[in-house]
Write a new protein. Structure first.
Length: 322
């Protein structure tokens, strides 16, 4: 019994840098998608910069690689393995069950195992603010939404966006399209551009994307048309200065950095974690690239709504799968 307790005590101690081997597996689109994966990559860079510890990285090209690379990382001594994206939850469940002594974390997914941390976000809260911004900026009373893969996660974005638009002006119209039903929906900028152009043709003058790398096509189409887009996951205001109204920022970077830091320090805990406005896990963006687009009145209204969501005065609807 004493030996077992000693082992538990040792397990709780911070790991020496030489013994700590973090790893991350990016979702489809890769770490330079300028969106979800890139935000995760920025978290990796932040962790390495402050600790000097390199992180093993892998960008999947097909679904079969998920379990394969997780097992490879595990066999090669990884201390903690972070899987980016809901599509990796099944692989995490399988491989984490095979390696109960290794820590795992899945972002945007849920796995109920004692060695897995499941990190999710209240995307509907930042989308609500972006919907408000769109409704305050539109001149036509018509705004658009382009989602990536048609899944509950993206429906959360859409629902929050619609609610934010209606909060400002219930008479405004929201046009909504999803790019597809397979992972290819995240990596099709040309289809994103076509969907945006179709919405512009129906009088939309602001379009919000939640579509990964596909969203870069949405934003390019808006810039080309002299209209407005809204970025997603990362702060994408810089991509088309003066054309990106704001971005629904999802702090995947903070989540990744925190997971690695907690695991290194011995403070990591398995189980669910949900990050919203109150936890600084989501937000809307405001910087030098969109400052001229967001008026002081708009900023005041957005910040008041943000405070009201945190306090519970405004309840943003939660998407429930049919």
């Amino acid at each position: 019994m004493k030996a077992a307790l000693s082992l538990l005590a040792l397990a709780a101690l911070p790991l020496a840098a030489a013994d700590f081997l973090p790893a991350i597996i990016y979702d489809f689109g890769g770490k330079f998608d300028r969106s979800f994966n890139q935000s995760a990559s920025e978290g990796v860079q932040r962790f390495t910069k402050k600790t000097g510890i390199p992180v093993r990285e892998f960008e999947i090209q097909n679904a079969s690689q998920r379990e394969q690379i997780m097992r490879q990382f595990a066999h090669r001594g990884a201390t903690i393995i972070v899987a980016v994206g809901f599509t990796q939850a099944s692989a995490v469940e399988t491989v984490a069950g095979e390696f109960p002594d290794i820590k795992f974390a899945v972002i945007d997914g849920t796995v109920d195992l004692p060695n897995v941390e499941s990190i999710n976000f209240r995307e509907q809260e930042s989308s609500f603010l972006c919907g408000m911004a769109a409704a305050m900026a539109t001149k036509t009373g018509v705004v658009g939404f382009v989602g990536g893969m048609d899944i509950p996660l993206i429906r959360k974005f859409a629902l929050g966006y619609r609610a934010g638009v209606a909060y400002v002006n219930p008479k405004d119209e929201v046009i909504e399209n999803m790019t597809g039903t397979t992972p290819a929906a995240w990596t099709n900028p040309s289809e994103g551009a076509e969907l945006a152009k179709s919405q512009f043709g129906r009088n939309a003058d602001v379009v919000f994307h939640a579509a990964g790398a596909t969203g870069t096509g949405v934003m390019q189409a808006a810039a080309d048309a002299g209209l407005l887009s809204i970025g997603c996951d990362s702060n994408q205001d810089y991509l088309h200065p003066g054309s990106v109204l704001t971005s629904a920022v999802k702090r995947v970077d903070v989540a990744v950095d925190t997971v690695f830091t907690d695991a290194m320090n011995g403070t990591w805990k398995a189980g669910p974690k949900v990050l919203g406005l109150a936890e600084h896990g989501v937000d809307y963006s405001l910087d030098e690239y969109n400052r001229k687009l967001v008026t002081p009145d708009m900023e005041s209204r957005l910040n008041q709504a943000k405070a009201d969501i945190i306090s519970g005065k405004i309840v943003v609807p939660e998407y429930k799968s049919p």
